[in-house]
Write a protein that binds this ligand. Structure first.
Ligand code: SAM
Length: 290
């Protein structure tokens, strides 16, 4: 089960009223949306998720309208609903624990699964998958994304390992990839605090789903759809995302279109981190349109 991160801080930060219209761009397990509905039963929520399985068994008595869409299409979704402006927008980025544990799409290096890593539940032949990336991208491109999106210092060696391996056999599963990474990094690195495959897996997932491109587009389009006085709460889990958010917020403040609700980034409390280790790297930033 996914455990929602920074639940109260995210919702309180939106400063909603009983009739607010909220867009939850990353519905996932629905933790944020359902808590908002409990607190303000009159609120209407437009819930987006790129992964259709997020909406399975999510029948609800509350006013939540589901759209299986990437949040980079937020304006199209609101247009379809005949909505021009929102009071609050939530982005809780990355993967849910359910996707990591149960999707069968190869997000976890601890499970042997087909190497897909698509946020979409049922990718079609035109969707990019992790298999496409590791089997067809050039060694230079692989090295660049592993370094750029994973901040992995052994990126060159890992990329070379992939290219050598795929000349012998197609790289098809998560364990194929873990074996390649294991063969490319030094022994000491394998005994480090984080699993030696963490950064490479993160990098490939970000590339497959163009996560940073989607974030930049989603923030920009979302901000345009906010009412004056409306707010966006954005939770990120790694520095690349946080940098994009911080820069976007600063630019809006600099041109006088917005104000920061929290000058300093909001982190999970010690107690939350103890109960939900995933919250350790979460950072919440909140912006108000003025
Ligand atoms: C961390 S989970 C959200 C958890 C949710 N807030 C909760 O409390 O249950 C992130 C969700 O966002 C979705 N997601 C990530 N990037 C997306 C994008 N660009 N467009 C739509 N959904 C996206 C993922 O599929 C995942 O279900």
């Amino acid at each position: 089960m996914h455990r929602t991160v920074l639940l109260n801080e995210t919702i309180e930060g939106l400063n909603l009223n009983p009739k607010s219209l909220v867009v939850d761009c990353t519905f996932g397990g629905g933790g944020h949306s359902l808590e908002i509905c409990k607190k303000y039963p009159g609120v209407k929520i437009i819930a987006l998720d790129q992964d259709s399985s997020a909406f399975k068994n999510k029948k609800t008595d509350y006013k939540i309208i589901f759209h299986n869409e990437n949040f980079r299409s937020i304006e199209r979704v609101l247009e379809k609903e005949g909505i021009e402006q929102a009071d609050g927008i939530i982005f809780d980025l990355g993967l849910s624990s359910d996707q990591l544990e149960n999707s069968g799409r190869g997000f976890s290096f601890l499970k042997n699964e087909p190497l897909l890593m698509t946020l979409k539940a049922n990718p079609t032949s035109s969707d990019l998958t992790a298999q496409d990336v590791v089997n067809t991208w050039s060694e230079k491109n692989l090295s660049d994304i592993i370094y750029g999106y994973g901040e992995e210092k052994f990126s060159r060696k890992i990329a070379k390992g992939m290219v050598d391996a795929r000349q012998k056999a197609k790289i098809e599963t998560t364990f194929d990839l873990v074996k390649i990474i294991s063969g490319a990094v030094p022994g000491l690195y394998k005994r480090g605090r984080i699993h030696f495959a963490t950064r490479t897996f993160q990098a490939i997932r970000i590339a497959v789903n163009d996560e940073l491109g989607a974030l930049a587009e989603g923030l920009d389009k979302g901000f345009k759809l906010l009412k004056i006085g409306g707010r966006m709460s954005v939770i990120s889990f790694h520095s690349l995302e946080d940098r994009i958010i911080k820069r976007f917020f600063r630019e809006k403040v600099a041109v006088g279109e917005a104000r920061l609700i929290n000058k300093k980034v909001i982190l999970a409390s010690d107690n939350e981190v103890k109960n939900n280790p995933r919250s350790r790297s979460a950072k919440l930033r909140i912006l108000e349109k003025i």
